[in-house]
Write a protein that binds this ligand. Structure first.
Ligand SMILES: Cc1cc2nc3c(=O)[nH]c(=O)nc-3n(C[C@H](O)[C@H](O)[C@H](O)COP(=O)(O)OP(=O)(O)OC[C@H]3O[C@@H](n4cnc5c(N)ncnc54)[C@H](O)[C@@H]3O)c2cc1C
Length: 468
């Protein structure tokens, strides 16, 4: 009996971890295309000690998926590596949006919901009252865009100034195309069931079954007591895949790098993987942890329907620019700012790394560009110098920073982030039906399917293994 994990990003390493724990006597092989593990997660220590993150940098401790990651960190012994951002720190409280040519602080306290605060034309609570009176719309196919849902329930300003920049910040996506279920599944369902979100929340409150007392792991307890908003690691987010690699190797998982798999055969009871060196690997189950678009061609000959469904998933590309200045330059401390798509800028947002994780007398920023607007501003010929120049011009315009960075890194990440457009969950349902109806020994996990964040991909790997 043996299992193959395809892909050595965070989801693949997590799948290998859960698989070797559940089946300690089986042969577990992890196949990775490149010469390193970790996928998009990459933390590069600079000569001066600062860390440049290529993609993810912070993790949320909340919710089922957040708790699952904390449990994993506990098991890996990473408790002392964690650096939290506390809920009462400026980095947690001060989140800004760039709209109408200016930076605006988003309301961050109960009191601020009752004050009119630019760019909104009325206090925020008034938009939420909208929901009480707005009529319910029956939605065809049980899905619509996030923008259209928020516009209907809370008004256009909330859709333009809050939701659209937020979607850019999370997945570089266009709120007018991304499914409401990506961020607001439960409140969308409340509206569909009770006629308004508010009525749904009230009904839920009264229908609440017996309260279950949650059992917290040691690390979750610490996160609650210390009031973490988000967290990262002393040596950067790559600490997590590095720890997983060490753990799974020590438990006997075979790690095979430089294996750009081009073909797999998925039969009812077996899997054949044609490896790059010409040999064939036989297994009784394959957990695919590679992006849907990479898996699609591998299944084309044998499962054209599945392959076609997988190839219809969308992704977006991004440019990520890390910048370090050897002095303090920011006028307002905070997590950073997001740009409202209405501004028509190539910039999606800027994270103030040196406010989140203070670093001597320096300013460290990460600018993210492109996303759903990538093809408007960039192409395969765009150079790092051009991207840097776009970033520095925008930083001068928005943050008044005219200095050139003392150190920088430009990464162009092709098709790095899945876009859960309207109809995503229906496609997932059809794929799951196909795998079940055909009794195929293939599980899917990773960012393409059940959530794009670090927590989501770890939980998707756990669920895939639990289901075996
Ligand atoms: C710019 C950016 C910022 C982000 N910020 C955050 C954040 O702050 N917080 C957060 O929670 N999440 C964030 N994320 C999301 C997070 O990084 C991802 O959820 C996570 O890294 C995805 O891991 P994965 O294993 O699913 O995919 P990947 O990292 O894509 O790994 C897939 C692996 O499969 C390999 N592979 C592909 N094809 C084959 C093949 N044919 N054969 C063998 N191997 C193959 C690839 O080489 C790769 O190593 C961010 C993502 C991006 C791009």
């Amino acid at each position: 009996m043996s299992k193959v994990v395809l892909g050595g990003g965070l989801s693949g390493l997590s799948a290998a971890y859960y698989a070797i724990n559940k089946f300690p006597n089986q042969v577990i092989t992890l196949l990775e295309k490149s010469d390193r593990l970790g996928g998009w997660l990459k933390s590069t220590r600079q000569d001066d000690g600062s860390i440049f993150e290529q993609s993810a940098r912070t993790i949320r401790p909340s919710g089922e998926a957040g708790a699952n990651t904390l449990q994993l960190l506990n098991e890996l012994g990473l408790n002392h590596e964690i650096v939290p951002i506390l809920k009462n720190s400026p980095a947690a409280l001060n989140r800004m949006i760039y709209v109408n040519g200016k930076l605006h602080l988003l309301p961050n306290s109960l009191g601020s919901l009752f004050k009119k605060q630019e760019p909104f034309s009325k206090p925020l609570y008034r938009y939420f009252l909208n929901d009480v009176f707005a009529t319910k719309k029956k939605i065809v196919d049980n899905d619509e865009s996030l923008y259209s849902f928020v516009d209907r329930r809370f008004g256009t300003e909330i859709a333009d100034y809050l939701i659209s920049p937020m979607v850019c910040g999370i997945c570089g996506g266009n709120a007018k195309e991304i499914s409401v279920k990506f961020l607001m599944k439960s409140i969308f369902e409340k509206e569909q069931e009770y006629g308004s979100v508010t009525r749904g929340i009230i009904a839920d409150f009264f229908n609440k079954k017996e309260k279950v007392t949650p059992v917290y792991t040691q690390l979750e307890q610490r996160a609650n007591t210390e009031k973490w908003s988000v967290y990262s690691f002393k040596n950067g987010i790559e600490t997590l895949p590095n720890a997983l690699r060490k753990e799974v190797s020590s438990k006997g998982v075979k790690i095979d790098l430089n294996q750009d798999i081009q073909e797999i055969e998925v039969h009812k009871k077996s899997i054949l993987v044609n490896k790059a060196d010409g040999t064939v690997l036989l297994a009784n189950h394959l957990i695919s942890c590679i992006p849907a678009l990479s898996l699609a061609p591998l299944l084309k000959k044998q499962h054209p329907y599945l392959s076609k469904m997988l190839s219809s998933f969308e992704t977006a590309s991004m440019c990520v620019v890390n910048l370090k200045y050897n002095k303090k330059l920011l006028q307002q401390e905070g997590f950073g700012f997001l740009v409202a798509p209405k501004e028509n800028l190539p910039l999606l947002g800027v994270i103030y790394d040196s406010c989140c994780f203070p670093y001597e007398d320096s300013t460290i920023l990460t600018a993210m560009l492109g996303g759903f607007k990538f093809n408007t501003y960039f192409n395969e010929k765009t150079t790092a110098e051009e991207v840097l120049s776009i970033v520095t011009k925008n930083l001068e315009k928005i943050l008044n920073i005219s200095d050139q960075p003392d150190n920088f890194k430009v990464s162009i990440l092709n098709q790095c982030i899945p876009q859960y457009t309207v109809g995503h969950s229906k496609k997932i349902g059809l794929i799951e039906d196909y795998l079940r109806d055909n009794d195929l020994p293939l599980s899917l996990c990773g960012a393409s399917y059940y959530g794009v964040g670090v927590n989501d991909v770890i939980l998707s790997a756990k669920k895939a293994v639990d289901g075996l």
